[in-house]
Design a protein around this ligand. Structure first.
Ligand SMILES: *Cc1c(COP(=O)(O)O)cnc(C)c1O
Length: 421
């Protein structure tokens, strides 16, 4: 459920007509709904009711500081994968004790930044990283709470580019090596093992892989405890999928996911952390664009938008589907025509949809890509000299620009010409 609905024939974000935002800010632009962000965060929070828990929003899904502040004020923690994300969370007012630090290749500089600023835990991804963290922490005279990310060798049954829990993926340490690694953590200065971390992938639409992974984590908890380690916290990662195609069957709900967590690890007396990103931000944002031209090709019709793959790369990168809807509500029973919906970038990959049945379109019309809040603006670039797409946050009947579109002058001023040139 989200808060982007037609009202009086016009698509709204909460109580704001999207056409008003387009008129003020221009297009393309990402628009987020505060009510939807909060609703999705609370669904997870409530799903874990009865267990000590912290929902750590995965900042990488949509890391605007205003989005982070919205969620933090509702009680969310944050999952960050770089010093840049960590500092964004801090800028949003999130205290270090509510931030977990994940990521495959944390540098020593990044480690120093989070140890100075305070961190709830570091999720260690490899043995060399574990040793580096030990050196950094010991040199700073601190002890850092760590979990080790284990790779449970579970097939998440999602797109290959976002599956992270198979043994051939670069993530975590093989679960079979966990006992040795925890033994080394216990010997190393500056580290204190407090739990176990797992994250098997993104856009999972089935609970079975989560169940397999969490059962393995539960078993490992007992084993490590028997070895004398104080396992008191389980970070179960993110990954629950969202319904991109409204007509398709819906993925499991957070409440079902929560019940699964209670069933698999609830008996261990651990504090549970989860790291949802997509399910919190995905349906809370859309990309608003305008039709620049309608072009009749040989046997194909192209709708050329002012948004492109640099603004929303998911279709090009993951063959992702996004519902595309006109901002002016089509008449009931309006005839549809198949369109190739494309951007202006000089790559064939700059195609949002092929042969998509859409109601009547005209040049100048506004269209919205639904479910674009996660991995949308966060993955945007300025490829083809296109200004970084701006972001707007709506709350009730008002909205604010939370990231402004840069001017061409600002974009050019970021480069510098060497004196010798
Ligand atoms: C990407 C990621 C997440 C968030 O995944 P979603 O599919 O957006 O829920 C959580 N934890 C880690 C370690 C990640 O890399």
């Amino acid at each position: 459920m989200d808060h982007f609905l037609y009202r009086d024939g016009a698509l709204h974000a909460e109580d704001v007509p999207l056409a008003d935002i387009a008129a003020t800010v221009g297009t393309p632009v990402y628009v987020y709904s505060t009510a939807t962000l909060l609703r999705h965060f609370r669904l997870f929070d409530e799903a874990l009711d009865g267990l000590p828990h912290l929902v750590c929003y995965a900042v990488k899904a949509a890391g605007n500081v205003a989005i982070l502040k919205t969620l933090a004020e509702a009680g969310a923690g944050m999952d960050v994968v770089s010093a840049g994300e960590y500092l964004r969370a801090k800028a949003a007012g999130v205290p270090g004790e509510r931030i977990v630090f994940s990521g495959v290749g944390k540098t020593r500089d990044e480690m120093r930044i989070v140890l100075e600023g305070g961190i709830r835990q570091v999720n260690v991804e490899s043995e060399p990283e574990m040793r580096a963290l030990s050196e950094v922490a010991a040199a700073m005279g601190v002890t850092v709470p760590v979990t080790v990310r284990v790779n449970p060798d579970v097939d998440a049954k999602t797109h290959a580019k976002i599956a992270t829990g198979k043994s051939e993926n670069k993530f975590g340490i093989p679960i079979a090596r966990a006992r040795e690694v925890y033994a080394e953590v216990a010997r190393l200065p500056g580290l204190k093992a407090i739990g176990i971390d797992v994250h098997i992938g993104s856009q999972l639409t089935d609970l079975a892989p989560f169940e397999q992974a969490y059962r393995k984590v539960a078993e490992l908890t007992e084993t490590l405890r028997a070895d004398g380690h104080g396992i008191e916290r389980l970070d179960l990662g993110g990954g629950l999928g969202i319904p991109y195609e409204r007509s398709n069957s819906a993925p499991p709900l957070p409440v079902e996911y929560g019940a699964l967590i209670k069933r698999t690890v609830g008996h261990l007396g651990c504090e549970v952390e989860i790291e949802p990103g997509r399910l919190i931000a995905g349906n809370a944002g859309l990309l608003l664009a305008r039709v620049t031209y309608l072009k009749e090709g040989e046997g194909r019709r192209f709708a050329i938008l002012d948004a492109a793959m640099n603004d929303l790369i998911r279709p090009a990168m993951y063959d992702a589907w996004h519902d595309i809807v006109p901002v002016i509500e089509p008449e009931a029973g309006a005839e549809t025509t198949p369109w190739d919906v494309v951007g202006p970038v000089c790559e064939t990959g700059d195609t949002f949809a092929r042969g998509r049945d859409l109601p009547p379109l005209a040049e100048g019309d506004l269209v919205a890509f639904r479910s674009a809040g996660a991995y949308g603006a966060a993955m945007a670039s300025e490829y083809n000299g296109r200004p970084l797409v701006p972001e707007v946050l709506v709350k009730g009947d008002h909205f604010a620009v939370i990231r402004a579109r840069p001017t061409y002058e600002e974009m050019i001023a970021r480069d510098s010409i060497p004196q010798w040139l």
